[in-house]
Every structure is written in C-alpha cells, then in structure tokens.
Design a protein around this ligand. Structure first.
Ligand SMILES: [Zn+2]
Length: 199
C-alpha cells in the first residue's frame, strides 16, 4: 500500500524519536490525523518550536532552563556547599523527583569517551573547576553512571580536584553496575546519594 506523501512525511518525523519504530510512528501519525484538533496541532508545533528556541543551558550549572539561570541555582535555600555532578539533565530530573537532595548541581551534558572522541573540553567541565575553587563549596558528589565512561569521568574529576581542598565523593551502592541513573527509582537514588563514599 502506498501512503499519501503527507502522511508518510509525518510518520518519518515520528520515526526519528528514540524507541519509535515504523508501527508506532504510524499509530502516532494516525492519532494526530484522527484525534488532534487545530488547537492541539498549534500547541504541539509551538511547544516544539519553543523547546528549541527558548530553552538553554543554565549559565552556572548547565541544567536546562528558559531563564539565564536555572531554578536550582536561583534558590538561595539550597545547600550552597554541595555540588552534585550529573551526566545529563535527565539525571537531574530523576534526582529532583526523589526530593531528597537539597544541594546544587553541575551538569556535564556528556561523559568522557575516548572512543567517541569526547574529551574534557567537549563536556561542561571548565566551569566546574571554577565553581569548586569557590570557598563555599565543601563537597562534590560525583553521580555519573557506573558505566565505563561514567567511571572514567569520575576518576578524571577526582584527579583534577586532588589539589583542591574539597571533599570528593561518589554515589554509593544501590545503583547497580552499568545502570543509568534515569532507570533508578526514587528510593534507590536517595539511598545512592546517602551512601556516597569519599574517593
Ligand atoms: Zn543552574
């Protein structure tokens, strides 16, 4: 069966989403065609547009925000002496959802991966050193995944920080080896932070 080109184009767009194959893309496309009102279509395209034009990375920590600084960095009630280093924004979402962590973040937006050509200058590290030298910071909790890349990144950060007077810790057991933080539940995450160890 040959589909109308307009429908085919929409299916192709949905197929670009992670985890969406041909069948699901067809279902989404038909859902839009059959169920979406003009307002829905307008809201969807506007949300897409805004996500690309209005969101940017927080100038302090690298978290996603539609302001200059994210809500965490703007919140003076957060514990300014602790910075949790996360691989990506998704991990920050997960930790924030667990509602246990009250410190600040630093989002790397990537991990070191020599195989993929990802070096220290390709991730958000430079501003981390500057933040940590600030005397208010007493502890840096490294919460990168327990994947080989996450471990390499953690060791690199530890090495650079060894001459700075700050406690460097790594989130603890509770996060199984090889697991990405986004798949950990709230309790596992808060335990992992609680059980962090000095490295
Ligand atoms: Zn921020």
């Amino acid at each position: 069966m040959i589909l109308p080109k307009t429908l085919e184009d929409l299916i192709e767009e949905f197929k670009k989403f992670p985890g969406v194959g041909r069948k699901t893309a067809e279902r989404y496309a038909l859902f839009v065609i059959n169920k979406y009102s003009d307002t829905d279509v307008h809201q969807f395209s506007e949300a897409l547009e805004n996500a690309k034009t209005k969101l940017n990375h927080c100038s302090i920590c690298g978290n996603l925000t539609d302001e200059e600084q994210c809500y965490v960095c703007q919140d003076e009630n957060r514990d300014q002496s602790t910075i949790l280093v996360a691989e990506n924004v998704k991990d920050v979402f997960s930790i924030e959802k667990s509602n246990e962590y009250k410190g600040l973040y630093h989002v790397l937006n990537g991990v070191l991966s020599p195989i993929d050509g990802m070096g220290p200058e390709d991730i958000n590290l430079e501003s981390l050193w500057k933040r940590v030298i600030n005397e208010q910071v007493k502890e840096v909790i490294i919460a990168t995944s327990s994947t080989p890349e996450g471990e390499t990144t953690a060791l690199y950060i530890k090495r650079v920080m060894q001459d700075i007077d700050v406690l460097v810790s790594r989130i603890g057991y509770g996060v199984p080896v090889g697991l990405n933080l986004e798949y950990a539940d709230d309790l596992t995450l808060s335990k992992a932070i609680e059980n962090r160890k000095k490295i």
